[in-house]
Design a protein around this ligand. Structure first.
Ligand code: C5P
Length: 242
């Protein structure tokens, strides 16, 4: 059956759009254009350092949710203060490097435990731009992602950022309530800085709770056409999905 843009597939709720632009006008134009499709937007260091907390408030006022992707990696007390600051911004998701260690991760989970409407706490495992972990060039990214996901799980965090290839094992080991966020999503093999990649459908079908769409959408000259293609693909691919 042919579906048009007006039949938005529910998988769009599992899409997070990465806003990595420097210009405020660009960032807000993307939110405005994509908001009919997308609920979640990711603010990383580029946009946050330029536009600060006001940007988060504006995105919230536009009716969207915010993943604050600052990837804290510090000593436990500083990470905890960073988390408190993120909580005051009312972001819905925030992340930390799992490599900051089990103690830091545990203190984050404990800090947020009693909060109402707390953000989801997500740990970054092995960046998808790595073919192998630079701290262990003979180790595999999959084994490290699984190990770091274990630290996050044991600490009581809500989930991890990992590549699509690692989702099945992480879901199998830590269960469906432990969330997975998958960046490095491409329509074809990347020629940029990303390495461990998957197509949107592949990532959703292996069970990613969210996929991050960055340059695949915001780097396109025709982003709305990409949205429509993805929408068609979601309807076609849904029978095998989670
Ligand atoms: O443009 P692209 O699709 O590569 O964007 C990926 C986004 O996901 C970027 O904003 C990047 O910071 C983020 N990210 C990532 N790898 C991680 C965590 C976040 O690529 N492990």
């Amino acid at each position: 059956m042919h579906r048009t843009a007006f039949h938005r597939h529910p998988w769009w709720d599992r899409v997070i759009v990465a806003l990595d632009q420097t210009s405020l006008l660009d960032v807000l134009t993307w939110v405005e254009r994509l908001r009919p499709w997308v609920t979640w937007f990711k603010v990383g260091p580029v946009a946050f350092l330029r536009h600060g907390p006001a940007l988060i408030h504006t995105i919230h006022q536009m009716g969207a949710r915010v993943f604050l992707d600052l990837k804290f990696h510090d000593i436990p007390s500083v990470m905890e203060s960073g988390l408190r600051a993120a909580y005051h911004l009312r972001v819905e998701m925030v992340n930390f490097h799992a490599l900051s260690g089990p103690e830091a991760l545990r203190s984050l989970a404990q800090t947020a435990q009693a909060w109402l409407d707390r953000p989801l706490l997500i740990a970054v495992t092995v960046l998808t731009s790595h073919d192998w972990p630079p701290w262990d060039p003979r180790g595999s990214p999959e084994a490290w992602a699984e190990r770091l996901a274990g630290w996050a799980f044991e600490a009581g965090l809500d989930g991890v950022v990992c590549s699509a290839g690692e989702v099945p094992t992480i879901r199998q080991k830590y269960g469906p309530d432990f969330r997975t966020v998958v960046p490095s999503v491409r329509l074809e093999a990347p020629t940029d800085d990303q390495r461990r990649w998957a197509t949107p459908i592949e990532a959703l079908q292996v069970g990613a709770d969210w996929i991050v769409l960055g340059r695949v959408l915001t780097g396109s000259l025709e982003p709305m056409a990409v949205c429509e293609q993805l929408n068609e693909a979601f309807w076609a691919g849904e029978q095998i999905g989670r």
